[in-house]
Write a protein that binds this ligand. Structure first.
Ligand code: DLL
Length: 444
């Protein structure tokens, strides 16, 4: 196990390093990004205002809208001649957000991801099967450069073409697999359906993230492949994958690369900090980025943090699993629920496969929730594929009951045959929100 110096710093050592890097970052954006300079001036801030690490709270927040408003290059802090790489996030609504890296940024990012892979159990002499999508998405190239930096033999297979993924896993003998948990689960499912035992291969560790996933999904993935599965977190605006990484020793929260980012957790309504251990919105300030520094970026992701030393020996702050994005939270008849909470309970039901989708419609000004679940393959075989069988009604009632009990929402449940819910090759689509559309249709 390689533990880097910075990962075991005392709080004081870490904060001293963070303060000097924060001062440089504030100086940089003040002089090179008019958006930040204007915002700082509105708040009476000059670079010299930052004298202690707590002073970060004097700085104004940055939101996704600010990035969109300056599409594509308006928030870059260096000239285009110094930009080495550009990525963009998919942008489900409107324009994507565009981010950039200098040569030095790529070097830092690669080192951060190399560190993350080794936190998760990866070793330089291993083989890295990278099933994250390559392209504008930061997942593919981010993990690729990190794995190479660590010295692993890196297989840039990208997402999709599941048959080829299986052949490569069988033939190339990877030790680590990385991808979205939903897609890697699809690989396991496909292997089983081809009569290949996914437990019977060279894989030892899984690095999964880019979408919310539950503790129960971890168990499913670990058992499916006989691996240790760890959570990786990140977002393009802040850097990409590697901002946080769970260690394979404790699997108890994601270690934040605090030498490169300041993490805060705030109440999204009052914008005040919440106590350690309490859930809130994650906010990040970059400390070493040159091309695209971000100041107090509001991620929209809900999690909590702890600063207690981890069993693995690292002292860096750890964030909990991300429950979901505030935007993805379902608010149904006054009750708030995240898809990851639905997943938590669904996966515990042996009758079902670990796939689901929530469909939202609107009728007579009321939200209607339909939860689509899939019957487990073995039960389906037992019933000879008869989906009208009495026991299907029983399963439906069971799911309805569990959702009402645990998530406090009444749902229409649709139990579907195995493999009916679309699988994704990247981030899974858990919620299909047709409320606006169905409301409009009713009005016509
Ligand atoms: O998803 C970066 C990434 C790539 C992370 C590969 C991990 C592995 P974006 O496409 O910009 O970047 O999406 C960022 O995805 O704000 C979260 O809402 C969500 N997300 C990322 N990692 C996790 C995770 C990449 N481990 C957005 N758990 C973030 C839950 C995650 N949600």
């Amino acid at each position: 196990m390689i533990i880097h110096n910075e990962e075991t710093y005392s709080r004081k050592e870490m904060e001293t390093l963070q303060l000097s890097r924060l001062q440089k970052t504030v100086e940089r954006v003040y002089h090179h990004v008019p958006f930040y300079q204007n915002k700082f001036k509105e708040n009476n801030i000059i670079p010299e205002s930052i004298q202690s690490i707590e002073d970060v709270r004097k700085l104004p927040f940055t939101k996704k809208k600010d990035l969109r408003d300056h599409y594509p290059y308006g928030l870059f802090a260096v000239d285009m001649k110094d930009i080495n790489r550009i990525h963009a996030s998919s942008g489900t609504s409107g324009k994507p957000t565009v981010v950039a890296y200098t040569k030095n940024d790529i070097k830092n990012w690669s080192e951060i991801v190399a560190r993350a892979i080794s936190i998760a159990g990866g070793e330089p002499d291993g083989i890295f099967h990278n099933a994250y999508g390559y392209g504008l998405f930061t997942g593919g190239l981010g993990l690729h450069y990190g794995a190479e930096e660590l010295g692993m033999a890196t297989v840039p297979i990208s997402g999709g073409n599941t048959d080829r993924q299986i052949t490569v896993i069988e033939d190339f003998q990877p030790t680590v697999i990385a991808g979205t948990p939903s897609y890697v689960l699809k690989i396991a499912e496909e292997m089983s359906s081809q009569g290949i035992d996914p437990r019977n291969n060279s894989l030892k560790y899984g690095i999964f993230g880019a979408e919310p996933w539950s503790e129960e999904m971890r168990k499913v993935l670990e058992e499916s492949f006989d691996i240790k599965a760890c959570d990786i977190y990140g977002l393009s605006e802040v850097m990409g994958p590697g901002v946080g990484m769970e260690c394979h020793e404790a699997q108890d929260g994601l270690h934040i690369a605090e030498d490169h980012f300041i993490i805060e957790v705030i109440n999204p309504d009052t914008l005040e900090p919440v106590a350690d251990g309490e859930e809130g919105e994650l906010v990040f300030t970059s400390l070493t980025k040159e091309a695209f520094p971000v100041i107090r970026y509001r991620t929209g992701d809900i999690a909590s943090i702890t600063r207690e030393k981890c069993k693995c020996g690292r002292t860096t702050a750890r964030m909990s699993r991300v429950k979901g994005r505030i935007d993805d939270m379902l608010i149904v008849r006054g009750v708030n629920v995240f898809p990851s909470e639905i997943e938590h309970y669904l996966i515990q039901m042996d009758e079902l496969a670990p796939h689901y989708q929530v469909h939202l419609k609107r009728k007579d000004n009321l939200d209607i929730v339909e939860l689509q679940v899939e019957l487990n393959e073995k039960i389906y075989q037992k019933l000879n594929g008869n989906m009208d069988h009495e026991s299907i009604k029983g399963i439906k009632k069971l799911v309805q009951h569990s959702m009402k009990n645990h998530c406090l929402i009444s749902m229409n449940v649709n139990v579907m045959p195995p493999r009916s819910i679309p699988r994704s090759e990247g981030k899974a689509i858990r919620v299909v929100d047709r409320r606006q559309e169905t409301e409009l249709l009713q009005k016509i």
